[in-house]
Design a protein around this ligand. Structure first.
Ligand code: SAM
Length: 291
C-alpha cells in the first residue's frame, strides 16, 4: 500500500484536491484512523477466497485495506462525486470495482449468486451510513443471499440493540429478530474522534453470521408476533399480546401454555420462549388471531 487514506492529513488533502466536502444527507463520516480500518478489514475477510461487497466506499479509506486483503472488492456507492475521487485514491488496485447504485435498490441475491458460482466466499463490510443502518441490515438478512459474514460499523446505541441480551434496557424486537437469524459478535468500540467530520456519538463494529433457522417457523407470523409483544414496553406481555390476538382470554391461554407468566414484560422473555409462544399460537389460534 502506498499511503493510508485513513489519516486526518491525507483525508483533508484528498477532499481539498477534489473540491469535496462530506455530505450529511449521505451519512458521510470518513474514517481517519488507519489502525481501526485495518482491524475492520482483517475481521471482515473470513477466508482466503473472499469477494467483499462494501456499502459506501466514500473516498476509499476502508476499501483500500479490503483491496489489500481480499481477492476482489465490489463497492456500492450513491454519491456521484466519488467515482473520480476513487479512480485517483485506489488507482493501484485492479481488484476493485465500483458500482454506482443505491445499496437498498440492488438485487443482492443475484450479485451474491454470481460470485458464489465462481467459487468465492461472499462477505459484506462497511462503515455504514448511519441514517439507513437498520434498513440495510434487514435488506441483507431478508435477501436469502449466501453471505458468509457481515462486518459493519454503526452507532454504538444501535449496535447495543442488535446485541442486547434479555432483561436489559436495549433488548427489544430488533434484538430478538436479529439473534434468531444470526450470531452477533462484537468486534470493537470506536470513539467518535476517529471520523471526519466528527459525529455526535460513538460507534461500534459488529459481525453477523447467519445461523441455521427452523424451516417450520413462518417468519411472516413470528416477527410481527414478537414486535407486537414489545409494542408498549411498560405494559405486561399479556396486555400487548392481547391486542395482537384481539382476545384477552386466548392471549392468556397461549401465554400460560407457553410457560410465560402473564405479568412479565416482553423484555424478560427469551428467544426460546418467544419461539414456544409462536408454536403454541400456531397450534391454538386456528385463525382467531390477527396475523
Ligand atoms: N467507507 C468510508 C469510510 O469509512 O470512510 C465512508 C463511510 S460513510 C459513513 C458512508 C458512505 O456510504 C458514504 O460514502 C455515502 O455516500 C455512502 N452511502 C450513503 N447511502 C448509501 C446507499 N444507499 N447506498 C450506497 N452507499 C451509500
Amino acid at each position: 500500500m502506498k499511503k493510508p487514506i485513513a489519516t486526518p492529513s491525507r483525508t483533508k488533502e484528498i477532499l481539498e484536491t477534489h473540491g469535496m466536502f462530506a455530505k450529511k444527507n449521505y451519512g458521510q463520516n470518513f474514517l481517519v484512523e488507519s489502525g481501526i480500518v485495518d482491524k475492520i478489514a482483517r475481521h471482515a475477510i473470513v477466508s482466503d477466497h473472499c469477494v467483499v461487497f462494501e456499502i459506501g466506499p466514500g473516498i476509499g479509506a476502508l476499501t483500500q485495506y479490503l483491496c489489500e486483503y481480499a481477492k476482489k472488492v465490489v463497492s456500492f456507492e450513491i454519491d456521484e462525486r466519488l467515482p473520480s475521487v476513487l479512480a485517483d485514491t485506489l488507482q493501484e488496485y485492479d481488484n476493485f470495482e465500483l458500482v454506482m447504485q443505491d445499496f437498498l435498490e440492488i438485487d443482492l441475491k443475484a450479485w451474491c449468486d454470481r460470485y458464489r458460482k465462481e467459487g468465492y466466499d461472499v462477505v459484506i463490510a462497511a462503515n455504514l451510513p448511519y441514517y439507513i443502518t437498520t434498513p440495510i441490515l434487514f435488506k441483507i438478512f431478508e435477501s436469502n443471499a449466501d453471505i458468509s459474514a457481515i462486518t459493519v460499523m454503526m452507532q454504538k446505541e444501535v449496535a447495543d440493540r442488535f446485541s442486547a441480551v434479555v432483561n436489559t434496557k436495549d433488548y427489544n424486537a430488533l434484538s430478538i429478530i436479529t439473534q434468531y437469524r444470526c450470531d452477533v459478535i462484537p468486534v470493537m468500540k470506536v470513539p467518535k474522534n476517529v471520523f471526519l467530520p466528527k459525529p455526535n456519538v460513538d460507534s461500534a463494529v459488529l459481525q453477523f453470521r447467519f445461523k441455521e433457522t427452523d424451516p417450520t417457523i413462518d417468519e411472516s407470523i413470528f416477527f410481527p408476533l414478537v414486535k407486537a409483544c414489545f409494542r408498549q414496553r411498560r405494559k405486561t406481555i399479556l396486555n400487548n399480546y392481547s391486542e395482537y390476538c384481539e382476545d384477552k382470554d386466548l392471549a392468556r391461554k397461549e401465554l400460560e401454555l407457553s410457560g410465560i407468566d402473564v405479568k412479565r414484560r416482553a423484555e424478560s422473555v427469551t428467544l426460546e420462549e418467544f419461539i414456544r409462544l409462536y408454536e403454541v399460537h400456531i397450534h391454538e389460534s386456528k385463525g382467531s388471531c390477527k396475523d
